[in-house]
Design a protein around this ligand. Sequence first.
Ligand SMILES: NC(=O)c1ccc[n+]([C@@H]2O[C@H](COP(=O)([O-])OP(=O)(O)OC[C@H]3O[C@@H](n4cnc5c(N)ncnc54)[C@H](O)[C@@H]3O)[C@@H](O)[C@H]2O)c1
Ligand SMILES: CCCCCCO
Length: 281
Amino acid sequence: MEEVKLDLSGKNIVIIGGFGGIGFETCKLLIQKGVANLMILHKTWNESASKELRSIDAAGVCQYMEFDLTCGLEKTRQVFAQIMEKFGSIDVLINGAGICDEQDFSIIIAVNFTGTINTTLVAYDLMDKSRGGKGGVVVNISSVAALTPFPVLPVYSATKGGILNFTRALAHLEPKTGITLYSICPGITDTKHWEQVRHFQGRELCFKEKMRGRPFSTQTPMACAANVVKAIEAHKNGVTWMCDLGQLKLVEIKNFWTPPHHRQEHEQQDEQQQNQENEQS
Ligand SMILES: NC(=O)c1ccc[n+]([C@@H]2O[C@H](COP(=O)([O-])OP(=O)(O)OC[C@H]3O[C@@H](n4cnc5c(N)ncnc54)[C@H](O)[C@@H]3O)[C@@H](O)[C@H]2O)c1
Ligand SMILES: CCCCCCO
């Protein structure tokens, strides 16, 4: 059981994709955690989802704004500026939206990759302690496709792998910015995500039909969301979580190259360790 290091009560949260399968269940849990404000940015309105959230939101923490991840950097800045006017600050951004249909792969890149980079960098500027911010948290929902690329969805895998590396890179700046970032990689989760999954050459993958006979190969959005919230409360900068089949675990992503300016440090550390081993032997 991961130790709770981030208390979600009283926090201002922005979630993109909050009406989606995983996002919606995550919103329910965040409301129960006593967040101060929950801004749900959505591409398409969902009355039934909004109504269900309102039924458990006695404190009225949920607000909604229409937002399309492909709207570009300037519009993204405008939307986040409006949120800052409402909240005063953003404590946690959850990038929980995404698609996996590759037929027009420029769209999947615009949504999953460019759109997520835009929202992350806009929130980053607002949170950055070195630029007058309070610090904060960015949670990027990637996918197991970033850990084991899907041959049938190479572009989807690239967008998710790219976001994972983007997140790991920015996390290194946490000592200066006070911004904690990490990726969460869900396994196959039973949501509408699979409803239309076409290969980049256009053929329908019929993934939903193929998964129908394999109930033990997937997880529910509730189970996934519970682990998303556990990962948020664990508050581990720069890590990669995998939440698959109802389990949450850390995944070690190795660095295979050492930047020149770190090499000397590493060589000195290796030498010190060798000396210690020689002394002990
Ligand atoms: N379901 C899975 O098997 C699975 C596995 C691994 C990762 N994921 C990832 O988890 C996240 C949530 O997926 P889900 O399973 O809940 O799918 P979902 O289809 O139920 O929800 C996706 C959400 O993204 C939103 N969205 C799509 N295009 C958008 C755009 N242009 N602008 C703003 N919002 C947009 C949708 O409105 C929806 O709310 C996605 O990033 C997905 O890639 C899903
Ligand atoms: C082939 C179905 C892909 C489901 C999304 C995994 O990230």
